[in-house]
Design a protein around this ligand. Structure first.
Ligand code: UT7
Length: 320
């Protein structure tokens, strides 16, 4: 089984910025409540771009950064829970724009763990065929799924995309990914269809809904489990990791995880203050920012850890 090396990093966030205080015009909230409970101060909203366009900007940046010729890309996987269409997939729509004539291209849905799941799948598929390179993307327009009268969700999420170009390597890769059924429906967004001719009852609520307290509790266990499992697989310990890049949902979750592993808070890369929770896009945006901002350098070990709807949780250790 081969592993992967990231050879190109990209990200893109839309320009429109919504500050915590902006919400005061539509819901009963405050900057104090949002920033003290979550760490979020602002988020980006796609006013002019679609989920596919955000993905394209991030993937183009990663491809240019990698200097890999598009003809060498054999696989494109996009993780998203807010695609523009049920079909074709976001990945299929990107091929032409990226100058890729033919490649296996599809999307996956694993919510905020989606990017780590997609990296895992890409590694396995590259291992199976004769292609050297893949593009893996996380992209979301969550603003389209939000109910802006629901203060328990609308202040938390934002839009954006991140992408990497990966190359198959001989080194072993370490991945841990888990799902369990969300029997209580603590985090979901329903897929609503227009045709109700044969249905007795029709659901009209497509908004993202979350029982924050229950998800918070799940997240604490899931993040610790994902980190412990992938460290055990690799034979490494927390001090062998140069930077942890967690899913950007809540600063308090990261603080608890730090305490659990007795780690310095600076070992975790955080940007949720600026972007909020961008689900599948949050880890690749942070990864690309950390790389281009010089926070990670060749030779460093980086641990990515995601958690979210499904319920899902996943982790991997990458050598930069
Ligand atoms: O990406 C997927 C993973 N998602 C997550 O990891 C999210 C995990 N959960 C969380 O981050 C936190 O649970 C939240 C940030 C969502 C909520 O924080 P909390 O400390 O768990 O607050 P809570 O839900 O217990 O609510 C406390 C109070 C409630 O009022 P009452 O019932 O005590 O009167 C809420 O109605 O805060 C109220 N509240 C708000 N107040 C002002 C909820 N949202 C807001 C708001 N502004 N935006």
């Amino acid at each position: 089984m081969s592993g992967i090396k990231i050879v190109g990093y990209g990200h893109f966030v839309p320009e429109t910025t919504i500050y915590n205080d902006d919400f005061k015009a539509i819901i009963d909230t405050s900057d104090e409540w949002i920033s003290s409970r979550t760490g979020i101060k602002e988020r980006r909203v796609a006013v002019n771009e679609t989920t596919t366009e955000l993905a394209l900007r991030a993937a183009k940046m990663a491809l240019e950064d990698s200097k890999v010729d598009p003809s060498e890309i054999g696989l494109v996987i996009t993780a998203t829970m807010s695609p523009d269409s049920f079909t074709p997939s976001t990945s299929s729509k990107l091929l032409g724009e990226l100058g890729i004539k033919q490649a296996m291209a599809f999307d996956i849905s694993a919510a905020c763990s989606g990017f780590v799941y997609a990296l895992n799948i890409a590694t396995a598929l590259l291992n199976q065929n004769n292609k050297e390179y893949a593009i893996v993307i996380g992209t979301e327009c969550l603003s389209e799924l939000l109910d802006y009268s629901d203060r328990t969700t609308c202040v938390l999420f934002g839009d954006g995309a991140g992408a990497v170009v990966i190359k198959k390597t001989a080194d072993a890769g370490y991945f841990y990914a888990m799902s369990k059924t969300d029997t209580e429906n603590i985090l979901y967004a329903k897929a609503i269809r227009g045709n109700d001719l044969f249905l007795n009852s029709k659901s009209t609520d497509y908004h993202l809904r979350m029982d924050g307290r229950k998800v918070y509790k799940f997240a604490l266990d899931a993040v610790s489990d994902a980190i412990s499992q992938v460290l055990e697989m690799s034979g490494l310990n927390v001090n062998d990791i140069d930077l942890f890049i967690p899913h950007q949902a809540n600063e308090r979750i990261i603080m608890s995880v730090c305490k659990h592993f007795d780690l310095d808070f600076n070992k975790f890369y955080l940007n949720l203050e600026r972007y909020g929770n961008t689900s599948a896009a949050s880890i690749p945006i942070a990864l690309s920012e950390a790389y281009h901002g010089g926070k990670i350098k060749p030779g460093n070990r980086v641990l990515l850890v995601g958690f979210g709807a499904g319920l899902t949780w996943a982790s991997t250790i990458l050598k930069i």
